[in-house]
Design a protein around this ligand. Structure first.
Ligand code: NAD
Ligand code: 3PG
Length: 394
């Protein structure tokens, strides 16, 4: 039985793909796999049993990824699975930043008397807004979300400029050629009426938008943050808005200093909270983790290379090692010295670590267990796993 632990509510459409005969959910404190959303794993001791962690979502800043890599724990996420949900909320927020819709709705609810309709007509002017058409939107980060926001904002009639020095080839192909490319991030800050940021939280994106960057923006600009709170310096935002140096801010991340401010809208991290996004993310996370547990195949990992090989042999050995010279030679030698024939083998490196799958033409479990122990004793090998090929019913 494979033991899985979950944190946060993971959509049942995903969890039900873990067959009851093979998987036990939240029944052990020694799980092989963890599935979670935004739970901060930094606050949890990870037992040695953990092989893989699947984030049903995109941001992995709630997972101690470097520590996991050192322990040979593979971390996965679900790229793009919730992008449409975030895009729709960003577009909603853009529209709400120019139309005082919520204020109008709340005002209308308070109306009393026999002439409600006349009162509404007489006072509607106070809720007049502006239009997005013809205004310029800057999109920082053209990944799954940024690319969708850029394309759809263009379709709404906005002029759109994007900035992403690391944009992937696939995403670059999906972006409308009418979206202008900024050569430098300052072009976005100095020329745009609306600026939305869609980058991961990393050391180099912490306070990517701070006092200096806000000072470059138009006083009439509106800033949106649906990425992570720490990417924008909220204190600098409040100061700038109070000094009329920035017109407004919408964020998906609650922070006390942002509350009860007329020009600041705070949402309770709702970007990915749609039925569709939760289902997509859960299904993708479960599929990825299940494949890794059952076959050792790695896909969509944020800390190990993608490695796939069809599993034909009776047993597979998976090896995580430091990416240093002659590891493959050592692995092959240990296996050959044990008299085991290698059917197939694949190895990929990523930064300081590498991952190897070795399919062996051997069914003697004692012999396989001995060779696995010898591999574990080899310098620079961090983790070794033996997987028995499961019978696939026809
Ligand atoms: N509010 C929510 O509920 C919600 C939902 C999903 C994702 N997110 C956040 O949004 C982030 C982006 O999500 P995504 O699915 O688009 O991820 P993604 O990985 O597809 O795209 C991120 C993009 O940012 C770019 N980038 C990285 N550093 C940059 C920099 N310094 N300047 C410009 N571009 C840079 C990358 O090249 C990449 O194209 C996630 O990391 C997560 O933190 C929030
Ligand atoms: O990074 C993400 O995917 C989002 O922030 C969604 O987080 P959630 O799964 O906690 O809603």
């Amino acid at each position: 039985m494979h033991q899985i632990k979950t944190f946060n509510a993971i959509a049942p459409e995903g969890m039900e793909r873990l067959e009851k005969e093979k998987y036990a959910i939240n029944e052990s404190d020694q799980p092989e796999g963890i599935i979670l959303r935004s739970k901060k794993l930094q606050e949890t001791d990870l037992p040695d049993s953990v092989l893989g962690i699947a984030r049903a979502g995109t941001g992995v800043n709630n997972i101690p990824v470097d520590a996991c890599t050192e322990k040979g724990i593979v971390v996965f996420n679900t790229p793009g699975a919730n992008a449409n949900a975030v895009k729709e909320l960003v577009l909603t927020s853009l529209l709400m930043s120019v139309r005082p819709v919520v204020q109008g709705i709340n005002w209308a609810q308070e109306l009393t008397g026999p002439d409600i309709s006349e009162q509404a007509e007489a006072h509607k002017k106070q809720f007049a807004g502006r239009e997005l058409e013809g205004k310029k939107l800057g999109v920082i980060g053209l990944g799954s979300i940024g690319a969708m926001v850029a394309n759809d904002a263009y379709r709404l009639g906005m002029e759109v400029m994007g900035y992403d020095p690391y944009v992937s080839v696939d995403t670059a192909w999906s972006i409308s050629r009418r979206v202008q490319r900024a050569q430098d991030i300052s072009e976005i800050f100095t020329t745009c009426d609306f600026i939305t940021v869609h980058v991961p939280l990393q050391e180099k994106t912490f306070h990517l938008i701070g006092q200096k960057e806000i000072a470059m923006m138009k006083n009439s600009a509106h800033l949106l943050n649906f990425s992570r709170s720490e990417i924008v310096d909220n204190h600098a935002v409040v100061e700038a808005i109070n000094n009329n140096e920035l017109a407004g801010f919408t964020t998906d991340f609650a922070d006390e200093q942002l509350l009860h401010h007329d020009h600041i809208t705070v949402l309770p991290h709702l970007g990915a909270s749609t039925e569709e996004a939760e289902t997509n993310s859960a299904k993708m996370a479960v599929r990825t983790l299940k494949r890794f547990i059952e076959t050792g195949v790695i896909k969509r990992s944020v800390n190990f290379p993608a490695v796939d090989m069809t599993f034909y042999s009776p047993y597979r050995i998976t090896i995580i090692n430091r990416n240093v010279p002659n590891m493959l030679g050592q692995i092959s030698a240990v296996i050959a010295d044990s008299g085991i024939n290698i059917d197939n083998m694949i190895n990929r490196g990523r930064d300081d670590y590498a991952y190897t799958l070795v399919d062996i033409d051997e069914s003697d479990e004692n012999k396989i267990s001995e060779v696995a122990d010898k591999l574990r004793e080899t310098k620079d090998i961090i983790r070794v796993r033996v997987i028995k090929k499961e019978e696939v019913p026809y």
